[in-house]
Ligand binder design. Structure first.
Ligand SMILES: Nc1ncnc2c1ncn2[C@@H]1O[C@H](COP(=O)(O)OP(=O)(O)O)[C@@H](O)[C@H]1O
Ligand SMILES: [Mg+2]
Length: 272
């Protein structure tokens, strides 16, 4: 635990130093040609993928088109976007106290909902590396895993896939044996900086592990500008939520809390 804390402190210092030095002495991005034509070309160069609507719906991903079921996610998207813009934040982590809270469902819905905003570019990173599931939601197997990309073994443009014109999805291929190492690694932080400089996304979504089961999320949160905490109405205990919120707030800004799977009981209101 002390070791992790020391590593986290070191990583946070190093991100702060990177940010400070890029303000005073802007690092020349690896790809310098950031005209809109070259940016469009780089996005176009990502391999596209398609997924059937009926498959998405089976996984409760409903934001591909504007419809009633998409409304709560669209409201969340718009609120999150406004708050992120106000604060100059681009990176949002999605986490929860415990697994099976709906994080990946939320992350995929947010990504496709953002995809309907033609003027925005968004990215989704599948970082719940012990239980990666984004490829199941999209019924698409990536050519390489996200870990290979983060370690630099495979370039982002060969690993990430493009949904529509403006959503890049970096999926894991399989569960990793030592995710904390990858999530804490300085090379991971640097790779994300490089991707952000190269593709200039408006929003980067990180589908993270749960906070209370291991150190993975804690290891990564320093790389996010803010976090959304997903709690499951029928399963998360209040104490778990409180501990999770405290832990997340130690590492990044809490953007908000999403109460998932809340069943509004109409009869209870009518008889109250
Ligand atoms: N609002 C909801 N109502 C019912 N089931 C849901 C809801 N949100 C998610 N689920 C289901 O719960 C399971 C876990 O969701 P998932 O998004 O994979 O959670 P996590 O990423 O937090 O582990 C999935 O089978 C998903 O379809
Ligand atoms: Mg998940």
């Amino acid at each position: 635990m002390e070791k992790l804390q020391a590593a986290l402190d070191k990583a946070r210092r190093s991100r702060n130093e990177r940010n400070a030095s890029s303000e005073t002495n802007p690092v020349t991005p690896k790809i310098q040609d950031n005209t809109s034509a070259s940016l469009i070309a780089r996005w176009q160069a990502l391999t596209p993928f398609e997924v059937q609507d009926k498959h998405l719906i089976r996984h409760r991903v409903v934001t591909r088109s504007a419809r009633k079921a998409a409304t709560p996610f669209d409201i969340l998207r718009t609120k999150a976007l406004l708050q992120m813009r106000q604060n100059g934040w681009k990176r949002v982590a999605i986490t929860s106290p415990m697994p099976k809270s709906g994080k990946s469902t939320m992350a995929c819905n947010l990504a496709l909902g953002l995809g309907r905003q033609n003027d925005l570019r968004s990215m989704l990173f599948d970082l719940d590396l012990r239980d990666p599931s984004v490829q199941n939601f999209f019924e698409t197997r990536p050519p390489h895993g996200i870990s290979e990309m983060l370690s630099g073994a495979v370039p982002f443009e060969e690993q990430a896939l493009r949904y529509g014109e403006n959503v890049a999805v970096s999926m894991a291929q399989r569960a990793e044996a030592d995710p904390t190492r990858i999530l804490l690694a300085e090379e991971t932080a640097e790779k994300l900086d490089e991707i952000q400089a190269t593709y200039e996304p408006d929003v980067m979504i990180f589908d993270l592990p749960s906070v209370l089961v291991n150190d993975d999320s804690r290891a990564f949160l320093k790389n996010a500008d803010c976090a959304l905490i997903v709690v499951r109405a029928d399963a998360t205990h209040y104490g778990q939520f409180e501990t999770c919120q405290r832990e997340v707030a130690e590492h990044t800004n809490v953007l908000g809390v999403v109460l998932n799977a809340y069943r509004h009981d109409k009869r209870a209101v009518e008889t109250a």
